[in-house]
Design a protein. Structure first.
Lengths: 219, 110
């Protein structure tokens, strides 16, 4: 698997400066189910479902579609994945996590014949207080026909602290980089995130005015 | 009458020295978001002795109301929160009801 760094170096460097983090976690809580759907500015669409028997492990799968805005390439990837909480720091007023994952799936595309074995690997690091949060997610999908990595850095802040049953409001700035001729340059977005109880909705626009929407439900 | 007093005294002596606390409060680290609270609440409600649960992100507090005459040991509570992915700093057993805990949290702005 190649994990080379392209012009996402800026994102990666920024992620190292912030003790990484992530927004939507691949493991919400023990004995919990997470369902997530994301529409990423017409370039990326992903649906995931995971069940966590433990707070440090979840199992599930997803469907990822990539549409290049540089070429007419498309990818459709269906995969099974295991997520593992490698490290958690429970601090007085904060929590930080490092997750890693790996999986296998099948992929089809419009520039190769038949289906290919897809290998998925990635990690996520996040740091979160009740007012500030940062996350970095790197997800690599690779086969004999392609190699695509999606790196996403998010920095968020909440205008005020909320408690368990309150509606939480966050403003999030995002930078995302794709490798493998999916998108030229870094894509920036401004997002509004709302969550309450087990429901989470995040929506906004990229720098070129394309919509991005993400929904997540934990139960 | 003497026999009644004797039986009553024996019965009293057989009662536990202290009744179970009405509410158990836990100070928890890492409690920063609703998903954290949701996972902890789910774990604690799984105990048959649990009557109700309150989670305060502001106070980093988790409170469990017990069913009458029932109890959950400190070690079981610590294990439950550890298995939920959080760190327990302290456990206090209080006589006040969970409604009183809610009122106290509300009064303090939580």
């Amino acid at each position: 698997m190649s994990y080379e760094f392209s012009n996402g170096r800026l994102i990666f460097a920024a992620a190292l400066m912030f003790p990484a983090l992530v927004a939507a976690k691949p493991i919400a809580f023990a004995n919990g189910t997470t369902i997530m759907a994301e529409y990423g500015a017409g370039t990326m669409e992903e649906v995931q479902a995971f069940y966590a028997p433990y707070y440090w492990l979840s199992l599930g799968g997803g469907s990822l579609r990539l549409d290049s805005d540089e070429t007419d390439r498309t990818r459709s990837i269906e995969y099974l994945r295991v997520n593992y909480l490698a490290k958690r720091w429970n601090l007085d007023d904060a929590q930080a996590n490092v997750f890693v994952w790996g999986g296998l799936g099948t992929a089809t595309g419009n520039d190769f014949r038949g289906s290919r074995l897809d290998r998925d690997a990635g990690f996520q690091a996040d740091y979160e207080t009740r007012r500030v949060y940062a996350s970095f997610v790197s997800d690599l999908h690779e086969s004999s026909a392609y190699s695509h990595r999606v790196d996403t850095l998010q920095l968020g802040f909440a205008p005020h602290e909320t408690d368990y049953h309150d509606l939480a409001v966050w403003f999030v700035l995002q930078a995302r980089d794709y490798t493998g001729d999916i998108h030229r340059g870094t894509e920036y977005a401004a997002l509004l995130r709302l969550f309450k109880g087990g429901a989470w909705v995040e929506a906004g626009f990229t720098g070129d005015g394309k919509p991005q929407i993400m929904m997540m439900f934990n139960f | 009458m003497r026999i009644f007093l004797l039986v009553f005294s024996i019965a009293l002596s057989l009662l536990p020295a202290t009744a179970p606390a009405a509410t158990i409060e836990m100070d928890v680290n890492g409690l920063v978001c609703a998903f954290c609270a949701q996972g902890i609440e789910k774990k604690l409600r799984a105990f048959p002795a649990t009557a109700d649960v309150v989670v305060s992100l502001e106070k980093k507090l988790v409170a469990v109301a017990l069913k009458p005459g029932q109890d959950i040991s400190d070690s079981d509570l610590t294990a439950a929160l550890t298995n939920a992915g959080y760190s327990v700093k302290a456990i206090h057993r209080e006589d006040e009801s969970l409604d009183a805990v809610r009122a106290r949290l509300k009064a303090s702005g939580s």
